[in-house]
Write a protein that binds this ligand. Structure first.
Ligand SMILES: C[S@@+](CC[C@H](N)C(=O)[O-])C[C@H]1O[C@@H](n2cnc3c(N)ncnc32)[C@H](O)[C@@H]1O
Length: 267
């Protein structure tokens, strides 16, 4: 089965040199949600743009920051990966937006942005699970998850709000490797095929995301490892990072479970 996709961002992505993890992420997002619908769901949650300052602490290739900036929100875009920021700059250009993202690792953000944002958004299916292991394939440090979240919290003013998500793991992937063969994407003159496989190592509590990306017959393989984290461990971790009012919120068009939480006011 094949699907024609008329998306200038995906066409530019496919034509922008050898594929990397950012290319794969951009393409995989296409199977999960429609950018405009999800961004407008996030905007519904935010309420109308006003003077609140928002930090996207994992802006990656630009979702949802670019869509929200186009709607008038005041967003600082930051990410550690120069590789992802290359995709961000290309997408910003295509959207006609003049936005310069800040290249910073999470551990560097509190010194630069400490206590200053009304809202910090960190969206992407549990980015904390890949802390320090996104650009390169390695097993992230389990402790780094908590450190990452507390670094985002420290960028909030006391009383500010964190937007964070949690990727539900399917029942099936815990029983056996789960393989998703996506329909062929026809993008401009290009044929793009993606096969994703999720495997879980129960003893080590590690999840393997293995992907084969084939563009015009040329196959590229990627693998990333992340930690398995139960919902209970996730919410307990949030509470341990100085957050209160932790609640799951409904975001229209979002593929992941989303939580909001408030940075405790000191004293
Ligand atoms: C799954 S992508 C999500 C990007 C985007 N928010 C989205 O939803 O499409 C995760 C992002 O987190 C960034 N990241 C991972 N570890 C990081 C770290 N230690 N410091 C800063 N950024 C990091 C990666 O570079 C990547 O852009």
């Amino acid at each position: 089965m094949s699907v024609r996709v008329d998306d200038p961002r995906l066409l530019a992505c496919v034509e922008d040199g050898p594929p990397d993890i950012g290319t794969l992420w951009e393409l995989c997002m296409h199977f999960e949600f429609a950018r405009e619908v999800t961004a407008s769901g996030i905007a519904d949650w935010l309420g109308p743009p006003d003077q609140r300052r928002i930090l996207d602490s994992a802006c990656g290739s630009g979702f949802p920051a670019l869509e929200l900036i186009a709607m008038g929100y005041d967003i600082t875009c930051a990410d550690g990966s120069e590789l992802m920021l290359r995709h961000f700059r290309r997408n910003a250009r295509l959207e006609g937006l003049t936005v310069e993202p800040v290249q910073l690792w999470w551990e560097e953000m509190p010194a630069r942005f400490g206590d200053s944002y009304d809202i910090v958004i960190n969206r992407g299916g549990g980015n904390y699970k890949y802390a320090g292991a996104w650009d390169v394939e390695r097993l992230p440090d389990r402790l780094a998850m908590r450190e990452a979240i507390s670094q985002w919290v420290r960028c909030l003013r006391p009383g500010g709000t964190l937007y964070i998500d949690f990727a539900r793991e399917s029942e099936l992937e815990h029983l056996r490797p789960e393989v998703s063969t996506h329909p062929t994407l026809l993008i401009g003159d290009h044929r793009v095929d993606i096969v994703e496989q999720i495997t879980v190592d129960h003893e080590a509590k590690v999840r393997y995301w293995h992907s084969e990306l084939t563009i015009d017959g040329q196959r590229h393989e990627f693998q990333r490892r992340s930690h398995c984290l139960s919902r209970e461990e996730f919410t307990t971790t949030l509470a341990g990072c100085g957050l209160t009012g932790i609640e799951q919120i409904a975001i229209k068009g979002e593929h992941y479970d989303v939580y909001s939480a408030t940075r405790k006011k000191e004293g």
